[in-house]
Design a binder for this molecule. Structure first.
Ligand SMILES: Nc1ncnc2c1ncn2[C@@H]1O[C@H](COP(=O)(O)OP(=O)(O)OP(=O)(O)O)[C@@H](O)[C@H]1O
Ligand SMILES: [Zn+2]
Length: 721
């Protein structure tokens, strides 16, 4: 067959047909360059008969220009791309783009220039040059990397290049990674861990689709346990993908991985440098990348020989992507495992209700690690009723929590205060005229960040300096901060315990892998007495000396009133509580709340996870919410408020009338203005019997919108704003 149908990487275009020039072979999955009018497009040769479109006479087809020197995308990945586009109502091209996520990698092998010391000495030695030369002993890297290592400007290093003290070396960008060794340092597993590991190892050997829910309490050693099937895949020469929810977690994970396997895994995340990205992509595609550790986007890469997928902290909502293709990496990884015919492990101490439901139905195999490793016990939990134990004015820590902090300081033990709010205060207003500081492009308050003296919008990233005077009434010294963020709690703690060593751990302070690593090292080495952190510290950290966890405001997450508020609160508090008492000393958790009787808070106090899930399951069943029914959100947005409203009305008028689909809206979205776009929202609730995607496609496809209107479909939404 010398005609091909291409999936082109342009969401505005449908599939296009081309002819293969004489003697050129391009099997399905091949990545090619084709002419499009006067331009060129990148496309993927798709399987015959799977993309709709009219046949064009062969004589009229233009030939493709080039088959790119990369392996064809494997069939299981092509099926995954189709499934994802179909399920999430996204353009095929947008999904395929995630698989070809490194433009540079498509061009074939390449070299780059790195630098190193030549052994010579400069004509003129300066203290700065001497320090740089000492720091660069044994190092090799790009100018920028070496400047970072030596702590000098690139100009200084260029001077040394001119003097021949630093020499250029040409290296292949795609040089191989250090191999991981499955037998490097296997741990002694507990009998409980061994049983689970053996089951997973057998599943890797069997190489069949097998979804597992690894349900292990905090500190049970889930990581050590799933490293065993990883080792088995390595022995069999198959690739492994480990998905982690957050880059900040990676450092901790990398250290443990290196200790177990004697080499670093291959990293994949959005802030990789483009050379690292292409190197990783090519190694993944040719099968030489053995273990890939990545954020959700690693899921769509073209693994040559995948043998196992692990989703760690699988309950995390950061696996849900909320822009572009709105997919849930947890669910898509199960589909990928199905298409690849391999096992997939969802690991968590607080699994999503949907995952537990799948296990209860026997669709996922549930593996349990019910106790902490090494005899550590789970922490005790106590509620502090804030309506009785009132903190002082402009204070947020109640007496019993302050006493507990003092007690730990006296004993030289560590404490962690959790408040899921970055910055100093969530709202700033003028005492004189009542002016509130709002984002110019979002319907959201600006959050004060005192560490950087800025007011910031947490939705669009807008930032401005904290002004000296109110911009409305001109009065100075009249701005008041309302409510606490972690920085304000840190101030309170400093006031209470001036001698304590305090660390604020948020995405603002741990914003590079180096800073995260430094924080972890300090916490492990007992160089920090009190950690004050956001949800970032709920994830996976293991600090043996930490014995007290204080939850500053357990009610915070319940306020938004969205579908998963209770579940999210439960898992956040249970996860942060799980940081306490992981070493030899027992842990204690104090939860501040105004609603001690709310079912989720009571379940946390009793440590009764089953009761919480049972109650939550019934609530979901009544509401027709997942996993019993399905939700979808449609967001219409435009820079023009009237255009957005009209689009919403028009779509509303065209709504289908179906027995098993209920459509709510249109209504202004809770975030009615976001990044300068006005937003209207529909919420669709469907019974399981309904074909939700077909309904949405037919409905939206039948309506014409003004060119400035964007239509976003969110299947199984997590965000209800
Ligand atoms: N078999 C083992 N041998 C030695 N150390 C172990 C073993 N199992 C677990 N550990 C150690 O116990 C600690 C807790 O394990 P780990 O962090 O994997 O727990 P977890 O189940 O992932 O917990 P969480 O859900 O809270 O992140 C770690 O320091 C880990 O290295
Ligand atoms: Zn904003």
């Amino acid at each position: 067959m010398n005609r091909v149908r291409l999936l082109v990487l342009n969401a505005a275009l449908g599939p296009l047909d081309y002819r293969l020039p004489e003697g050129v072979d391009a099997p399905a999955g091949s990545v090619v360059i084709a002419p499009l009018g006067p331009r060129k497009v990148t496309g993927i040769v798709w399987d015959e008969g799977r993309l709709p479109g009219a046949e064009i006479a062969f004589e009229r087809l233009r030939p493709i220009l080039e088959v790119l020197p990369v392996p064809p995308l494997p069939a299981p990945l092509r099926r995954l791309i189709e499934w994802t586009a179909d399920y999430y109502c996204a353009p095929l091209a947008s999904v395929a783009r995630m698989a070809l996520a490194s433009g540079g990698a498509l061009g074939g092998p390449a070299t780059m220039t790195e630098y190193r010391l030549s052994g010579g000495t400069p004509e003129r030695m300066t203290p700065q040059r001497r320090a740089a030369i000492e720091a660069l002993e044994g190092e090799q890297g790009t100018m920028r990397e070496l400047a970072g290592i030596a702590g000098v400007s690139e100009g200084v290093l260029r001077g040394l290049v001119n003097q021949g003290v630093i020499e250029p070396v040409t290296v292949a960008i795609d040089r191989p990674y250090t191999p991981a060794d499955p037998g490097h340092a296997p741990p002694d597993l507990s009998p409980e861990q061994s049983a689970v590991a053996a089951r997973l190892v057998a599943a890797v050997t069997a190489r069949k689709f097998a979804p597992f829910l690894l349900d292990g309490v905090t500190g049970s050693g889930k990581t050590e346990t799933y490293f065993e099937p990883v080792a088995e895949a390595l022995r069999l020469g198959r690739q492994v993908l480990v998905l982690l929810p957050e880059i900040a977690l990676t450092e901790n994970f990398l250290a443990r991985f290196a200790a177990r396997f004697g080499a670093a895994p291959v990293l994949w995340h959005s802030s990789l440098k483009s050379t690292e990205r292409r190197r990783a992509w090519r190694a993944i595609a040719d099968g030489s990348a053995q273990v890939v550790v990545g954020a959700r986007s690693a899921l769509f890469l073209p693994y040559a020989n995948l043998g196992l997928i692990v989703v760690d902290e699988a309950h995390e909502i950061s696996f849900k992507q909320d822009d572009g293709v709105r997919y849930n990496a947890r669910d898509v990884s199960v589909m990928r495992a199905r298409f690849e015919a391999i096992p997939v492990v969802l690991a968590s101490a607080t699994p999503a209700l949907e995952s537990l439901h799948m296990a209860a139905q026997g669709i996922y195999e549930k593996l349990d690690l019910p106790s902490r490793f090494g005899g550590a016990s789970l922490p005790t939990v106590r509620l502090i009723n804030l309506t009785e134990e009132k903190p002082g004015s402009q204070r947020w820590l109640a007496g019993p929590l302050v006493d507990a902090l003092r007690d730990r300081l006296d004993k030289g033990e560590q404490s962690l205060l959790f408040l899921n709010r970055r910055g100093y205060a969530p709202l700033t207003l003028c005492r004189n005229c009542g002016h509130r500081f709002k984002c110019p492009s979002c319907s959201a308050w600006l959050v004060e960040h005192r560490l950087s003296s800025r007011l910031a919008c947490h939705h669009c990233g807008f930032e401005t300096r904290v002004p000296d005077a109110c911009p409305e009434c001109g009065e100075s010294d009249c701005l008041v901060a309302c409510g606490p963020g972690v920085e304000r709690i840190a101030d309170e703690v400093r006031d209470l315990f001036p001698e304590a060593r305090i660390s604020v751990a948020t995405s603002d302070t741990l914003n590079t892998p180096e800073r995260a690593a430094q924080f972890i090292a300090e916490a492990e080495n007992k160089a920090i007495d009190i950690i004050i952190g956001t949800q970032l510290v709920t994830k996976g950290f293991h600090f043996p000396e930490l014995t007290l966890v204080g939850v500053v405001d357990a009610d915070l997450g319940l306020e938004g009133g969205d579908l998963r508020a209770a579940e999210r609160t439960y898992s956040q508090v249970a996860q942060v509580a799980g940081r306490a008492g992981r070493g030899a000393k027992p842990g204690e958790v104090l939860i501040q709340t105004r609603h001690p009787d709310a079912p989720v808070i009571a379940a946390l106090a009793d440590g009764d996870r089953d009761a919480f899930y049972a109650a939550e399951t019934e609530a979901r069943r009544d509401a027709g919410a997942p996993p019993f029914g399905r939700w979808a959100a449609i967001i219409l947005s435009s820079e023009d408020e009237r255009e957005a409203r009209e689009a919403a009305v028009r779509l509303g008028d065209a709504r289908p009338r179906l027995d098993d689909v209920q459509i709510l809206g249109p209504a202004p979205a809770p975030l009615a203005l976001l990044r300068g776009r006005y937003r209207y929202r529909f919420l669709v609730n469907a019974r399981r019997s309904a074909n939700l995607q077909a309904c949405l496609r037919d409905w939206i496809g039948a309506v014409q919108f003004a060119p400035g209107v964007r239509v976003g479909v969110d299947i199984d939404p997590y965000s209800f704003v």
